[in-house]
Write a protein of this length. Structure first.
Length: 317
């Protein structure tokens, strides 16, 4: 079957809306015969009548109602697509401030900046790297266009665009005291036994950190407790100790990304979806986002999709 043209969709949808071929032709600035030929052509294509002429005007047949339903949807989608393309193409300049955490800034934003450089080089991005409470305060006072973080609940006054569901991994050293982990494919029970055997402490982030609250909730759900826990401020320091064989940790996938190819580590996902939190972009619920900020946010969405959907194969043992 040949492709449906934009004119066919528009002509028949207009006839259906106005209930008259003459009125449709007048509105579209074409002849009545051109509208009639279009309808006849489509009816012949589908081998069924789309309209019925009555003393009170044109009415749709059941097949015509189906055609017009989808015609209106396709016309709407085409108009929206053209509008978005024009908007993006006109967005050649702008300053966008993104609030984020260190893990997002180091793991995902480089991909966003590459897309900007290739497609919108005159949009300039600044980054505020801080704790979530400070970032929310900056957003509230208009100092940020949006912020990206891990969330477990919404803050009043903000709107949210979900970028991905987080994944929580338990991370162990492959070698402890000169002994290599024996199983080719580990499970949680064997890893925890491995840790107890070598008296490995758990290194976790501070108890007031949002990711730590998620970790505690997941561990409680699994009925897991660690006899020895040390708290640290950053996963950079924690994963450095784990890599050296001095302990283990439970960390979000985003924080594990820089280490996924390190064969000294074993990564095992233990929670995903809502249980591990949601990474989202938060923005003002009262101030419209600028066109430049919308472009950058779209690139962020694409970068997270690529990071989580296409790179998950790196979670190997």
């Amino acid at each position: 079957m040949r492709a449906i043209t934009q004119d066919e969709l528009l002509y028949i949808a207009t006839v259906a809306r106005l209930g008259s071929i003459a009125k449709a032709a007048e509105e579209l600035f074409i002849t009545r015969s051109a509208v009639s030929r279009c309808i006849k052509k489509v009816e012949t294509e589908y081998n069924t009548a789309l309209i019925k002429r009555t003393p009170k005007g044109i009415i749709l047949t059941p097949a015509g109602e189906v055609y017009v339903h989808y015609a209106q949807k396709m016309l709407h989608d085409n108009a929206e697509m053209e509008s978005r393309i024009r908007e993006v193409s006109k967005t050649k300049t702008g300053q966008v401030m993104i609030g984020t955490t260190y893990s997002v800034a180091s793991s995902v934003l480089p991909s966003v900046f590459r897309m900007l450089k290739a497609n919108n080089p005159k949009i300039k991005c600044g980054i505020s790297d801080n704790a979530i409470t400070s970032l929310e305060d900056q957003l509230r006072h208009g100092k940020l266009d949006f912020l990206i973080s891990l969330f477990i609940q919404k803050t009043p006054g903000f709107k949210y665009k979900i970028l991905t569901n987080e994944i929580l991994c338990i991370v162990f050293p492959r070698v402890c005291s000169g002994e290599e982990f024996p199983d080719p494919v580990p499970n949680l029970e064997r890893l925890l036994a491995w840790g107890r055997q070598h008296q490995l402490p758990a290194y976790l982030t501070k108890s007031y950190h949002l990711d730590r609250q998620i970790v505690d909730r997941v561990l409680a759900k699994h009925g897991i407790s660690f006899p020895e826990i040390y708290e640290m401020s950053s996963y950079y320091s924690i994963l450095g100790l784990v890599t050296s064989g001095f302990g283990f940790t439970v960390a979000p996938y985003l924080n594990c990304m820089p280490y996924l190819n390190d064969r000294r580590l074993i990564f095992l996902p233990i929670a995903w979806g809502g249980a591990a939190g949601t990474i989202a972009a938060a923005y003002s619920g009262s101030t419209p986002m600028t066109p430049a900020a919308r472009v950058v946010l779209q690139y962020c969405s694409e970068a997270f999709a690529d990071t989580y959907q296409n790179n998950m194969f790196q979670l190997k043992w």
